[in-house]
Design a protein around this ligand. Structure first.
Ligand code: CTP
Length: 361
């Protein structure tokens, strides 16, 4: 159970969405509303995913102070009374909500140093602002540990769009569901996750997010991010071809176009392998027919450590579907993951990835 102690500043407004995300990641949440919080949020805003309590029902697995006022920081640092005062050994996360002058105050800075010194995780946003929903969720899930704690996972998801003219493109049926399920699973296993999203409208909370459209954009972004990653999961459906000379304007029916010349796109996995020989790379192979043999072939060709193969000719699995059924092929053989939700399949794929990484260490 995670105890969320909500403090009385406008930053309390992000407490309900954070609580929803943590609950969605499988945690039981109890919410404690500090005095004065009712100016910003009421108990109803946390329903139905969590209980608002007077005090925690047992020793929590972690305490999150969201937001923490300068007063809360002082109380925690100096051992003064606080409604959610910590029990020794319980991980604590603090999300300070301070204006610029308060943040610079020597006493406040000293309190933050004390807290840091005793292992409290201070979650801040970019440029010293208060952390946002994604940063808090990622900080807590990552900080709670898990089998992937300490690993930085880069996931590509969705499908590329290659422009034919100013309004048309060559795309594919990838919904991004498998990639996002992998990102979510990695996050819940404690990894720090970046998603390079090709044409996905719905954002995944708790991860760093990079939007791309074309293969070239995807390749550039992945090459940029790969240097900072330990694992690349290349779940995006990447176009193999792109129109050689896309029209700047809309191609008219009257132009009588009958054929369009296509040029091959760069192979992203191979480019990444050249740049980052040490990176652990997971590729995908969507196949009509025997997925395992196609996956084995691509393992070699792409220089990947794992290829996940699936047979897209089967009903109800693969592109756009809620479920999948895959073969996870690696140097140590293949593992069949029977039909299950994409979330469950993602977890199995990452279990296999972890086992291989542990073997290599
Ligand atoms: N991929 C890539 N760069 C491309 C095309 C695909 O990195 N230009 C990645 C995909 O994201 C996937 C893996 O390579 O993880 C296999 O994709 P697939 O399209 O099956 O491979 P191809 O090499 O295009 O093989 P083929 O079309 O002959 O099946």
């Amino acid at each position: 159970m995670i105890l969320v102690s909500v403090g009385p500043t406008a930053g309390a407004l992000i407490a309900p969405p954070v609580v929803r995300e943590l609950a969605a990641a499988g945690h039981e949440i109890q919410v404690l509303l500090e005095p004065g919080t009712d100016h910003f949020v009421g108990p109803g805003t946390f329903l139905p995913v969590s209980n608002v309590v007077e005090g925690p029902s047992g020793v929590p697995d972690a305490v999150l102070f969201l937001p923490a006022t300068a007063g809360t920081l002082a109380r925690l640092a100096r051992g003064l009374d606080h409604p959610a005062a910590r029990t020794d050994g319980v991980p604590a996360f603090v999300v300070p909500d301070l204006d610029a002058a308060t943040a610079e105050n020597p006493a406040v800075r000293s309190n933050l140093d004390v807290l840091r010194g005793d292992g409290t995780k201070i979650l801040r946003g970019e440029g010293g602002n208060m952390a946002g929903v994604d940063e808090v969720v990622a900080g807590v899930l990552g900080g709670l540990g898990g089998p992937m704690a300490g690993l930085r996972v880069l996931v590509t998801a969705g499908g590329t769009h290659e422009p034919l003219d100013s309004v048309r493109f060559i795309g594919n049926l990838s919904s991004g569901k498998m990639g996002l399920a992998l990102a979510r699973a990695a996050l819940r296993m404690g990894a720090a996750v970046t998603v390079v999203a090709a044409n996905i409208a719905r954002r995944e909370p708790g991860v760093r997010w990079r939007d791309v459209g074309t293969v070239e954009e995807l390749r550039d972004e992945v090459l940029r991010e790969a240097g900072e990653a330990d694992v690349l999961v290349m779940a995006a459906a990447v176009s193999d071809f792109t129109p050689a000379a896309p029209d700047r304007e809309k191609i008219r029916r009257s132009s009588g176009v009958r054929s369009i010349e296509l040029a091959p796109t760069p192979d992203v996995l191979r480019a990444v392998r050249e740049q980052s020989p040490e990176l652990f790379m997971v590729g995908f192979a969507a196949t009509h027919g025997d997925p395992a043999s196609d996956a084995r072939e691509k393992l070699e060709k792409k220089g990947a450590d794992v290829i996940v193969g699936n047979d897209i000719s089967r009903e109800g699995v693969g592109f756009g579907a809620e479920e999948n059924e895959v073969y996870v092929v690696s140097g140590r053989g293949e593992r069949f993951v029977p039909r299950a939700t994409k979330t469950e399949v993602a977890r199995e794929i990452l279990d296999e990835v972890l086992a291989l990484i542990d073997e290599e260490r």
